[in-house]
Design a protein around this ligand. Sequence first.
Ligand code: ADP
Length: 351
Amino acid sequence: MTLSFQKKLIKKATKWLTAVATLATAQIVAELLVKAIMVAVQGGHLSYLRYRNEYLKRLSAEYDITFENLEKVAAKIEDECVPWVKAARMRPLIVKLGGSVITDKRGRFSVKLSSLRRLARELKAADGPLVVVHGGGSYGHPIASKFEIARGFKNEEQLMGFSLTHRAMEELNTHVIEALQRAGLPAIAIQPSACSVVSDGRIVRMELAPLHKFLELGIVPVTYGDVVPDLSRGMSILSGDQLVVYLARELGASRVILGADVDGVFTADPKLRSREKLIRVITPSSWRDVVKSIGVASGPDVTGGMAKKVEELLILAESGIEAEIVNAAKADTLKRAILGERGLGTKIMAG
Ligand code: ADP
């Protein structure tokens, strides 16, 4: 980014800002804005949208210009910049295909190919940037649980268990990628164990620059629950649900949709007890009452089941991104949710 380009931008931004501020203020704010955007661009700032909005809020308070007005000017500046900034402004939709929908959890290495292919066609309904995350189902969970990977590194045998679990997940991922390609979506696998820094089971950071680039190009990144090296435990499992939440926050997702094999969150596991009630909305305060009755998933799920899932999504809701758990086993439900319909399952929101 050349200095003369910056100067030109500052001049333009000053002009745009004089409509909403005095000339002296407009000049100062224009300079600050342009410089902040340049720094973010040159540094490949990974949480660009969050960084930018926090900065705009600070400027808005300091110079008494409304956030909306500043936002409009920032968007104009960004439009003049490199495509990377435009990509960073895109808010992707994040869809998770639950392990229980794409595999038969009672079997071993048992993919539900026809469901997977139908879901891939439904995903085609997304008309903007899309990130797909999938669970492990009957691929990842049984081996990970046999070798107790979730407990951390305890013995040498786990090394082969780690390797085998990853390979199983790669096999399932290949099915997902193939289904998406058949549906006409240019999908690419993102291997979490190769780009995530995890400590005590939680993501510390992930290398997201390639992912930004994929989204900018219109390629669909597909990631999945995986075994990962863990800085404090040696090894752990990074669940698809945790990935969804992390990516949603870092990429500033427009919305998160989780496709499960049940209609949403019930007062207790609907597969174990009939006549349970579907909970339409969960907020951080309502969760405290609900959590006591919520069960864990049926089958050997090493990532904590439904309660864990909701807890991850509540963290997201608190940062302003809504999520909904819908029944992706029912034809067209995922598609309707992708097209913007709300209230098809359980909404998780800030309240
Ligand atoms: P996935 O692998 O699809 O991401 P999980 O298997 O982790 O999802 O969780 C979904 C499963 O959780 C459902 O199939 C259901 O049997 C089970 N479950 C346990 N408790 C509940 C509950 N209160 N409401 C809905 N589902 C529940």
